[in-house]
Structure formats: C-alpha cells, structure tokens
Write a protein that binds this ligand. Structure first.
Ligand code: PMP
Length: 492
C-alpha cells in the first residue's frame, strides 16, 4: 500500500483519528491493504501524515477492536481481515474503550505513587502531608466511639451525597448549606464526576499551564481539547482571548498554592476572573486542596466565596490536611450540580466509605482539627526550610532555580543548562531518589526542564540525603549535557 496517498482533512473536519480509521478500513475492504500485511509503526505513520502519535495509536486500536488489524508486542500491527484462528492469543489491547486508548502511555498519577512504599527510595514525587502529624490516638478513640454509638450508620451503606453529619460540618466550616456539599472518595473522584457531567468529546477546557496532572488525565480521557492558560503570567487579557477563541465548556484552576508552581492568584485577579467567567457564562472549577496549608500568611478568600453568580464549583480534600490514604474529599456547588454529580457517583461507588466519614466528622466536631492544622503548618514550614537549605548547600549554583513555597506541599523549579528532568529522574531513581518531572503537568509537551519536589512527604531526617543524591547526579548530568553540546556555555 502506498501510504503517501493517504489524506486527512485538518480544517473543520471530523476528528483526525476517525478519518484515519475510515481510510484504512476502506483500504482493507478494497484489498489495497492485504491480509497479513504489516502496517507502519505508529511513530512512522504519524511522521508521514504529520499527525500526533496519539491519533495514529487511537486509530490502530479502533481498527483492532473492529477485528481488522492485530497488534503483536515487539512485532508490529498486521492486517487480519479474515477471522482469527481460534487458538490465536486473545488480544485484550484492542478491546479497551476509546477514552482509555486516549490516555496512551503518558506519565500519570500512577507513576507518582509507584515508589511510595519502596523503603529504598526517598520519594519527593507523590504529594502527601507529613503523616508523622496524623493524630493516631484521637483517630483510634473516634473510631471506637463511632463503632460503639453509630455502628449501623458507619458500616451500612451511606447516602450517595455523603453522611449528613459530615456534610453539615463541612458546610458549617465553609459557611454554606449542607445541600450544597457532596462528599467524594477523594477529590480526584470529583474531577472525574465533573468531566462526565459537563464535558462531551471535542469540548474545550481552559486550564492552568502547568496544571495538576490528575485534571489533565481526567479531562483528556473525557475527550476534551485542553487549552493552557499560563498560571505564572496570570494575564486575564490572555485568558479572555482564549475564552473568546475556544468557547470552553469550563475553566479549571487551582488558584491557591497551585500544584505544581505554588502560585497564589491575588485578590484582584480573582475578582477579574470571576467577572470574566460570568460575562462569558463559563463555569469555573476551583480545585482548592491547599487553602488550609499556608505556611506564612493565610491566602485570599476562595473563588467560591467571592462568587456572586453561582458559577464556581469548589473542590477540596482531606488528603492534604490529614492523609491521602483516607480517600475522602468534598465539593461545594449549586444544589442542581450536586444532584447531577450524585447521580453519576452512584454508578462509581454507590457512596464513599461511611466509617471514615463519621470518624472525620467526630474529629471536626471535637475541635481537634484546628490544633492539628496549626501543628501541621509548623512541621511543613520546618521541612520546607530544610529542603531549601539542602538545595542551597548541595546543588551547583545556578543549575536549578526554584521558588520558596508559601503554602501547599511542593517546591517547583527549573533546571538550567539544558538538563532534561526525565533524564535526570532516570539517573536519580537508580540512586534511590524520585521526584515529579515537569512534563506531567503540561498537556502539550512543555516542562522538559522543570520538576516538582514534595517537601512534606519524606521524614525530615531523609530530606538532606535525598537532595544530596539528587544534586550529585545533577552535577554529572550538567557536564554530560554540556559534553553533548545540548546547551550553549558562554565561552568568556
Ligand atoms: N487536586 C489537586 C490540585 C491535587 O494536587 C490532588 C492530589 N495531588 C487532587 C486534586 C486529588 O486529591 P485526592 O483525590 O487525594 O483528594
């Protein structure tokens, strides 16, 4: 088959991958692609047709699910227009849905959590508050009280919207009504519910660039077209241009100690953002797990509290203030949206875990919560300072520029002199240190030289050792990159 004759229409046409499926299917039917013929590799065809590799991979998977081609790991993809012999190995790869196929092999949340249980690795990758601060005894006592007094509510099924007691306590803390609160099995579930509720394939989403990897993955799986808004510039004129140009179905932002950059959107910009969203009638998802994690001064009010148009859906979690393993989060939104999201949630998990909800309610009510937060902030500020001191001591000058986080759990930085974060990670993993490479936080391939370090997840005594190992490898990588001519060293 002569692949140079293949054509796909870019402007105003149907999705490229659909066009490619149709063309290849036609070629199989017309006999131009013969049974047993090997298709070009995904990379090769993508290069020839100037398409992304994801588009070609999506088309191949679709053809596979239609039984027209068959992929063999390491050998390639072959036309199999005739039925497979019944003893051929079953090809699960071709059976996965289009939304799963869309995710491809990109770096994801799973990569961040991969090493957390490996005692040989100092992981600055996954984000977790200091678990040393978790109030173990108070939690044990609260669990006993709940099992004793409210056994059936704790161990039976809970309402999909959440345990009424927890909804009320979250609402009171948030100065809203319980009907506006939906309890979630982690705020990641909230992102998934909102994607299902608000997005159709092909819709545009304007989101932070760089932005939270879990949001990128979730919106991408929903088939959304992701448009990045530069969070560090935070230029509202630029945002307005994007909104006018792409007519997004929603704006997603993490305005307070943003993941990954740590940036806080100032009050005036918050007000402008809300006005803009109201003018164009675009809902805002305010992902706000960090509001209580400030290290110096409290941040400005949330978008939700400043909103007078009922256009904000506010998302938060106990993961960053208690423990991510509890898998409990919440969202606050209009009652209509809470109702819609609860209808979808029932298909996912029926309800979030009842016992944990009631134990957390007990802790919120008992007044322990604010003391716990104060202790956590102190511990986190100490660890931040330790990490910064270690970076200043060990990292070669000017090779890594980073911010000083004022809240949240991460430090964000940029590797200078052409060093790639992914390449660096490969080396540091071999020496037992993990971090999150910047690429994960970009939906468009940016971030090659950036990286995120979580300063709270590792015990204080291990921070310096982890940074030292990272710095040693960075020093080697720099000279390697220089040797390969990957950056221009000033010669004078
Ligand atoms: N949003 C942001 C911005 C996050 O950083 C995270 C976790 N890292 C989440 C949502 C998800 O948190 P969880 O599901 O643990 O509540």
């Amino acid at each position: 088959m002569d692949y140079s004759k293949l054509r796909v229409k870019r402007a105003g046409g149907r999705p490229l991958y659909e066009q490619l499926v149709e063309t290849l299917e036609g070629a199989v039917e017309a006999g131009e692609l013969k049974n047993g013929e090997r298709l070009p590799s995904e990379r090769e065809l993508a290069g020839r047709l100037k398409l992304s590799r994801t588009t070609v991979a999506g088309a191949y998977r679709e053809l596979e699910s239609r039984g027209l081609v068959r992929s063999h790991v390491g050998r390639g993809t072959f036309v199999c227009a005739r039925p497979e012999p019944s003893d051929a190995p079953f090809a699960w790869r071709g059976k996965v849905s289009a939304s799963v196929a869309r995710l491809g092999n990109s770096l994801s949340l799973r990569h961040l959590t991969k090493d957390v249980l490996n005692m040989k690795i100092i992981s600055f990758a996954a984000s977790s508050p200091s678990l040393e601060c978790f109030p173990v005894e108070a939690y044990q006592r609260a669990t006993e009280r709940v099992l004793h007094r409210s056994r059936d509510a704790a161990l039976g099924l809970s309402p999909t919207e959440g345990q009424p007691r927890l909804r009320e306590l979250v609402a009171a803390r948030f100065k809203t009504r319980a009907e506006r609160v939906l309890i979630l099995s982690g705020s990641q579930q909230g992102l998934d519910l909102m994607a299902r509720c608000l997005l159709d394939p092909g819709d545009s989403v304007v989101m932070d660039r760089p932005g939270y990897v879990g949001a990128i993955q979730t919106f991408r799986a929903a088939g959304a077209n992701l448009i990045g808004w530069d969070v560090l510039r935070a230029d509202l004129g630029e945002l307005e241009d994007l909104v006018m140009r792409y007519r997004p179905k929603l704006i997603y932002t993490d305005p307070t100690f943003q993941n990954p950059t740590g940036r806080v959107l100032p009050l005036r910009e918050r007000q402008e953002l809300l006005k803009l969203a109201a003018r164009y009638r675009v809902p805002i998802i305010e992902d706000n797990p960090w509001q209580e994690t400030y290290l110096d001064a409290p941040p400005p009010p949330t978008l939700y509290h400043l909103d007078t148009h009922n256009i904000v859906i506010h998302l938060s979690t106990f993961s960053k203030i208690f423990a991510p393993g509890l898998r409990l989060g919440w969202l606050v939104a209009s009652e209509y949206i809470v109702d819609q999201l609860a209808s979808i949630k029932q298909y996912e998990d029926v309800s979030s875990e009842g016992l944990t909800q009631l134990v957390l309610a007990e802790l919120l009510q008992g007044g322990l919560f604010d003391d716990h937060l104060a202790g956590l902030r102190k511990e986190h500020a100490g660890k931040r300072d330790l990490m910064i001191k270690a970076l200043r001591r060990h990292v070669p000058p000017r090779s890594f520029e980073f911010n000083t986080p004022r809240g949240g759990l991460h430090l964000w930085g940029r590797l200078n002199e052409g060093v790639s974060a992914r390449q660096l990670l490969r080396q540091t993993l071999a020496k037992g240190v993990a971090f999150a490479p910047g690429e994960m936080f970009y939906s468009d391939g940016g971030g090659r030289h950036e990286l995120r370090l979580c300063f709270t997840s590792v015990a204080a005594v291990k921070i310096e050792e982890g940074v030292k190992r990272l710095a040693e490898i960075l020093a080697r990588e720099r000279s390697g990159a220089a040797g390969r001519g990957e950056y221009a060293v000033p010669l004078v």
